[in-house]
Design a binder for this molecule. Structure first.
Ligand SMILES: [Fe+2]
Length: 409
């Protein structure tokens, strides 16, 4: 199933010489005079890396771009960036380019062993044009990947002498040796890349802290009603299951994740006497209850990071036929993420026990969703949810109850 999502607002939305000395110690190599092409290539590479630093915040994407550009500029067949795990004293492949990428991503190396380990320990770059003649070369990685390393240049990633990791480039495509200029290029890229990687790591740390705060907020909402414990987390998970067949971008998945878990945050503004009421709500109480999407969107208005998330929260109770709230928008005017959350919300509501009924079985809940396809729910989003849910092979929740589709509260 493939959909064109461009119109779904807001988803409209990477050598020794056999003496075993480091490259910097090989003065004859560094006296190499680069030609115009090589100088231009190095400047071009540094310029591109600089641009990426200004825009990339996702660590893996950033490192992959830097690695690809470096490998291409140095005309090599493989390259990788290994990040340093200070606690475990290990180097692990954050990104690898070349045929062995998948195998390399599972490998962790002793940060004191091998050529990469030597570079990490000594914080010096190295150039080795015949690894078989170098005692530091550890053939175990090649044995695991099937790749044959002939030559390597490797440079440490340092920020103010602090080791972030190492970057290495393997085997010239034309079989020639790496030279001092190649090493100079790699060392220059390494110093710039190290700062970029550290920035991205800091960004990720802040993002993780943000996610923890969001989860705590969601738990606070659910705690207001013991029947909805874990509801926000499950709605997020169900919405993301529905997103899989739709092939949403990483950014859209993030927006959906935050909106899924925060969709009912506006209920913090609804009195407990309404939220915890066992019986039917009066018309006046329903009117207050229906304000929670707008209250939630308003609560988050000063957080730029959640700007697109707010839109999904605001519209998570809209109906496909226009009969929902707060704005009564219909069809594809409802953001796709909000349509997915509406389905996930109803599905979780039906498959969990409530004060007034036992939980529906999964089969029954899905039948109810399908029965309301095209009226309450978007057919495309519903098909994606059912497909995504089935792919997850979840166990159905037990229980039986009445046949009325509860308003997804
Ligand atoms: Fe809600």
């Amino acid at each position: 199933m493939a959909y064109n999502l461009k119109n779904h607002s807001p988803f409209k939305f990477i050598a020794e010489n056999s003496t075993g000395l480091s490259g910097l110690e090989q003065k004859p190599e560094l006296q190499y005079i680069p030609n115009t092409y090589e100088t231009g290539a190095m400047l071009g590479l540094l310029c591109e890396v600089g641009k990426k630093i200004g825009t990339a915040t996702k660590l893996n994407k950033l490192v992959k771009q830097i690695t690809q550009m470096t490998q291409r500029t140095l005309n090599a067949t493989a390259s990788s960036v290994l990040l340093f795990d200070d606690k475990e004293q290990e180097l692990y492949f954050e990104v690898a380019e070349g045929e062995s990428e998948r195998a390399l991503r599972k490998i962790k190396l002793n940060a004191r062993a091998g050529i990469a380990g030597w570079v990490a320990q000594n914080k010096k770059p190295i150039i080795i044009n015949d690894v078989m003649k170098d005692q530091r070369f550890d053939p175990s990685v090649d044995e695991l990947t099937g790749f044959t390393t002939r030559s390597i240049i490797c440079a440490p990633l340092l920020v103010q002498r602090k080791l972030i990791g190492v970057i290495e480039v393997l085997n010239k495509s034309d079989g020639s040796d790496f030279n001092g200029w190649d090493l100079e290029t790699l060392t220059s890229v390494a110093s710039t890349a190290a700062m970029a990687i550290e920035n991205a790591q800091l960004h990720q740390t802040v993002l993780n802290a943000y996610k923890s705060t969001i989860k705590a907020l969601a738990a606070a909402i659910d705690a207001k009603d013991h029947y909805t414990r874990g509801h926000s987390q499950r709605v997020m998970e169900y919405a993301l299951m529905g997103a899989v067949p739709l092939s949403l971008s990483r950014e859209d998945l993030d927006i959906l994740e935050y909106a899924g878990i925060l969709h009912d945050i506006g209920k913090i503004g609804i009195t407990d006497s309404i939220l915890r009421k066992d019986g039917q709500l009066t018309d006046q109480e329903w009117e207050l209850m229906r304000q929670h999407p707008a209250i939630g969107a308003d609560m988050l208005k000063d957080i730029p990071f959640l700007e697109k998330t707010r839109v999904l929260i605001l519209h998570h109770h809209e109906r496909y036929d226009g009969g929902g709230y707060p704005n009564g928008v219909s069809g594809e005017d409802i953001p796709l993420g909000a349509r997915l959350i509406a389905i996930a919300d109803a599905f979780d509501t039906m498959t969990t026990d409530r004060a007034y009924r036992a939980a529906f079985s999964v089969d029954k809940a899905i039948k109810e969703l399908v029965r309301h396809s095209g009226t309450q729910f978007c057919p495309i989003a519903l098909e994606a949810f059912i497909s995504g849910y089935n792919n997850q092979q979840k166990n159905p929740a037990a229980g039986n109850g009445n046949h009325d589709l509860p308003e997804n509260d």
